[in-house]
Design a protein around this ligand. Structure first.
Ligand SMILES: C[S@@+](CC[C@H](N)C(=O)[O-])C[C@H]1O[C@@H](n2cnc3c(N)ncnc32)[C@H](O)[C@@H]1O
Length: 396
């Protein structure tokens, strides 16, 4: 972020940043001076005791680094609960597995809403990589729903036993490490990270065959949609592990639905020629910037989701894509207006607050269009209310 002022770090933050920096620099040197960006992102987010998600640096909501739909409003969880209820009814009850539960608000809102309508799942499992966030989730759920704690369990890995029901993941896919590429006229380069004094810098090398092939597919998808050719030096990213990771975490679902929520685009729009610098975004104390090499370990690093890749991954994992729509249509299809009335309970001030939150979740300039919902199903036949109003699968 040349030209930007370095943020003021507290002593503990500066010490943590130095430890992460030292760890990555040592790995780069051991690897001969170059580390793929995918590996860099993996370490920066997930290295035990160091990464942003594994070392407890991050925070959600108003005082943290970024906010998410469940942090903005209980309306999101109420609508997700309605969608879960339809699926649970279709498979004859069953349970819920949430991946990456953040502060635990979505879990609390979903369970609370399902309890009110008498539709509680048999279990609510949480697969969470961060020890610190697990504690936060345990505290929040223990405070809000102490009588339901018997149904809640934290997992270190996807369950081995098959189960019926729902798998939920809100804003988890955008945190999966991505590979960065640059396309020159006649070749593809992989962008990695090198050390320059006390800084990390970008460094390119010729891409291997797998990456060159993958990039060709992306370029052709954009061109076939009439978007035109990429300019020389076009730079972007893709997620090589998306298919394997999503297949692994959804494997235990015997019958039911997987609900993915995230910001992203169908492939032809993601890889438009004019988006020639990719979609990487970092969040530090509610400021967004595009330089992931600056504060590894202290900030979130994200990339938009290629929803065409996610749809292709469904088939590989043995699911059908049962729906794809925007967050606006998902919430509207599940009766967000009725949920507002129910949550407000005739309190006009509360209603006004909820209306404001609904705007943030649903207006096109806010989260409404950027954020999408996708449903994968197997072993169940039932219409999904969240995807009934607007079916966008044809654009995938
Ligand atoms: C951006 S946060 C979203 C949190 C929450 N779903 C929300 O909407 O507020 C990403 C969450 O996914 C978790 N996470 C990231 N990668 C994960 C993985 N591979 N397995 C399980 N959890 C993961 C993080 O620790 C964090 O809880």
């Amino acid at each position: 972020m040349s030209g930007q002022r370095e943020p003021q770090l507290a002593a503990a933050e500066a010490e943590h940043a130095a430890r992460v920096h030292g760890h990555i620099a040592a790995e780069i040197l051991a690897a001969g001076g170059w580390l793929s960006f995918e590996r860099f992102m993996d370490v920066a987010l997930y290295a035990p005791g160091l990464g942003y998600y594994s070392a407890g640096a991050h925070k959600f909501g108003g005082g943290g680094d970024f906010t998410t739909a469940p942090e903005i409003s209980a309306l999101f969880g109420a609508c997700v609960a309605r969608q879960c209820a339809e699926v649970l009814a279709a498979v004859g009850r069953g349970g819920i597995l949430e991946i990456g539960a953040g502060s635990g608000r979505l879990a609390a809102d979903v369970l609370g809403r399902l309890e009110r309508s008498g539709e509680l799942p048999e279990h609510y499992w949480i697969l969470e990589i961060s020890a610190d966030l697990r504690e936060r989730q345990r505290r929040l759920l223990g405070e809000r729903l102490p009588h339901l704690m018997g149904r809640v369990m934290w997992l270190d890995a996807p369950p081995v036993q098959p189960f019926d029901g729902v798998i939920l993941a809100n804003e988890v896919l955008d945190a999966l490490p991505v590979a960065r590429f640059r396309r020159r006229r006649s070749r593809v380069e992989e962008l990695g990270v090198a050390v320059d004094g006390d800084r990390f810098i970008w460094a390119a090398r010729d891409a291997g065959r797998d990456m060159a092939g993958a990039v060709d597919v992306l370029a052709r998808a954009a061109a076939a949609a009439g978007a035109g050719e990429w300019p020389d030096g076009y730079l972007s990213e893709y997620c090589p592990r998306l298919a394997a990771w999503t297949a692994a975490v959804t494997r235990p679902l015997a019958a039911g639905a997987v609900l993915w929520f995230d910001y992203g685009l169908p492939r032809a729009h993601y890889y438009l020629p004019e988006r020639h610098d990719g979609t990487l975004l970092c969040h530090f104390r509610h400021r967004a910037h595009a330089d992931p090499l600056r504060l590894p370990g202290l900030e979130d690093i994200t990339a938009w989701v290629d929803f065409t890749a996610l749809a292709l991954a469904a088939a590989g994992a043995g699911f059908e894509v049962a729906g794809f729509t925007t967050q606006t249509y998902f919430l509207a299809g599940l009766g967000v207006d009725q949920e507002m009335l129910a949550l407000a309970q005739s309190d006009e001030n509360r209603f006004a607050r909820l209306a404001n939150e609904a705007r943030r979740l649903m207006l096109p300039g806010e989260m409404g269009e950027r954020f999408k919902a996708m449903a994968w199903t197997r072993g169940m036949r039932a219409a999904l209310g969240g995807f009934a109003l607007r079916d966008l699968r044809h654009v995938l």
